[in-house]
Design a protein around this ligand. Structure first.
Ligand code: ZN
Ligand code: FE
Length: 256
């Protein structure tokens, strides 16, 4: 299986997984990058997976239907381009001979789902949309800090070698914020240098891994004493993880 991050818009990636003949894409906010890749690699489009309803994730779905030999899958509780097969937690999607488990991850939007592929013999895969970013998380447009905390907990419980496929190239700006939250976190510094050279070479900083995210992502570290202290300095109501996450998220919203 090959995994490609197709650049779209200013900083989106449309993830494409293919076996040399058939492909699945995740969150095609626009169609053209997908059409170009299908043509260049001579692939048939076997399925489209959607994580949530935002236009930069579904904008290309209808234009891709003429190329689609299979089904559009999406979150049961969100309004995405119809027809689609509605999914909720516990559902399993079979595409390209792989099984993707559906996980409810409300927070960024109310019905956001993620897709975890845990049985490929090599590293497992997670398509998490705008819930978990490298060194960050999505804004809370429709959900609460408690929901986002619970959603991130579920993702953090996946195998450490899970490849984290997020939809946006926000890593460097997230790392700048992570360094403000945890100035003494050496992993944040090391990874920033690594990502700076990737970006300078025009390469994506993704996929990340869960093992790395657990070390650098302040939103997965709401129990770390340094993160708790930083959150309290920003006005967190208590040291409870939900209050820490809420304060860090608010801080990130105003951070430049
Ligand atoms: Zn979004
Ligand atoms: Fe997005």
């Amino acid at each position: 299986m090959d995994l490609l991050a197709l650049p779209a818009f200013a900083d989106n990636y449309i993830w494409m997984l293919h076996d040399g003949a058939h492909a699945v894409v995740v969150d095609p906010g626009e169609a053209q990058p997908v059409v170009d890749a299908l043509d260049r690699l001579r692939l048939q489009l076997a399925a489209i997976l959607v994580t949530h309803h935002h236009p930069d994730h579904v904008g290309g779905v209808d234009a891709l239907r003429p190329r689609l030999q299979g089904v559009v899958y999406g979150p049961a509780r969100e309004d995405i381009p119809k027809p689609f097969t509605p999914l909720r937690e516990g559902d399993v999607v079979g595409v390209l001979g792989l099984r993707f488990q559906v996980i409810d991850v409300p927070g960024h939007t109310a019905g956001h789902i993620a897709y975890a592929q845990l049985d490929e013999p090599r590293a497992p895969l997670l398509f998490c949309g705008d819930t978990l970013f490298s060194a960050g998380c999505g804004r809370l447009f429709e959900g609460t800090p408690a929901q986002m905390l619970a959603s991130l907990h579920k993702l953090a419980a996946l195998p450490a070698d899970t490849r984290v496929c997020c939809t946006h190239e926000y890593t460097l700006s997230n790392l700048k914020f992570a360094a403000a939250v945890e100035p003494a976190n050496a992993q944040v510094r090391t990874h920033t240098q690594h990502c700076e050279s990737l970006r300078a070479a025009g390469q994506p900083t993704l996929p990340s891994t869960l093992a790395l995210e657990l070390q650098i992502n302040p939103f997965l570290r709401s129990r770390e004493p340094a993160v708790v202290a930083a959150a309290q300095a920003q006005g967190a109501a208590s040291a409870a993880p939900v209050d820490v996450l809420a304060a860090v998220r608010e801080w990130k919203n105003r951070f430049r």
